[in-house]
Design a protein around this ligand. Sequence first.
Ligand code: ARG
Length: 464
Amino acid sequence: MSDKQQQNKLWGGRFSESTDAFVQAFTASVLFDQRMYRQDIQGSQAHATMLAEVGVLTTEERDAILQGLDEIRQEIEAGEFAWSVALEDVHMNIEARLTDKIGITGKKLHTGRSRNDQVATDIRLWLRDEIDQLDAELLRLMNGLLDLAEREAATIMPGFTHLQTAQPVTFGHHLLAWFEMLKRDRERLLDCRKRVNRMPLGAAALAGTTYPIKRERTCELLGFDAVCENSLDAVSDRDFAIEFCALAALSMTHLSRISEELVLWTSAQFNFIDLPDRFCTGSSIMPQKKNPDVPELVRGKTGRVNGHLISLLTLMKSQPLAYNKDNQEDKEPLFDAVDTLAGSLRAFADMIPALEPNREVMREAARRGFATATDLADYLVRKGIPFRDSHEIVGKAVAYGVSKKKDLGDMSLSELRQFNDQIDDDVFEVLTLEGSVSARNHIGGTAPEQVRAAVARARQALGA
Ligand code: ARG
């Protein structure tokens, strides 16, 4: 690089030789941080507006800056902006272009500010916008689940523990279990937003600035809830990004668990549900294949978001106060965590309402697996037999059923009475699948009536 080019750097004053070409590329962040251009401009415009109000800039200077930045935004959006690696990052690219356009006034924008508080502000503004979009997508998915749960409130399927048939449940109830996971994800997302939405700007490099700035004013202009209270903490804190990755990792973990069930259930062995073709792909060699790629990919992508959380924790663990260049490494993990969660939520919000349950297959699976054994034990308890004894009695009846290949509900009264003579005709009400699920009729239980009530409560809580 020539000395002339070195002088183009916005910090070139004290340097006597050019940056090594590889070092320049190695230390630059513009190839990835340019995606924060809107927030960078937004932050600069608020800063300039405040500087004019406190008399550091004239109103003419302010207007030239605001106008120049508006034009730069348009240039970027039109694809006409020439990003330069020599100018290192999004901040210096935009500032240098401003000076190109409006001359010496452009050089006044950075008064009372540092890239350290600027970048921390940009990331927070960017993440806040992304959180709001993620929330909309999460809500779309949650509402889709509620609609499906309501429709399938009385659909019977086997409930599993250890992946073995345990007790009959309703499909709607199972869907609402997924809903609960997402509901907690949303609580965490909105809670994280509170700590994202605080303003570092005004901390300058690390100690604050000698200009009579009004941070409360910039804070108000940018829609932050509050300023970061301590300038050293303001430029170094990345807790908000770690918190975000933690909630993203947990949310991906939930989507991954749901994916695992979808993959199992779409297999020929379960055949509980069909996924429409538009969410699946075929095999290039096996003509019969229809693979559940979307859930498989979401399950697979969970690993990288978990990785981003570990990256950020490790990034921060040994940093002394205040800003260190290490922090430039915060962006790629955070960006990818946002993109991965956004894509996964979008795919799920599109796919969930399109699930087609094979109700007869689900019902038959519940009927075959001795799923009403607990109901028979509870029936005997109501006849006065202690639960441990009734458990033993039903265990024997199940063993008999296994040897005869007969479910409890398919045995005759005399067959059942071999195991206990308290068993009467009324036993068949509890041995039916409908009887079994309807009997679990309390808040949080699987009865269709409870599923419908839970859907109504959830809709009300979402304000839908
Ligand atoms: N590109 C930098 C980052 O992402 C901006 C802040 C640079 N500050 C500095 N003092 N070198 O963190």
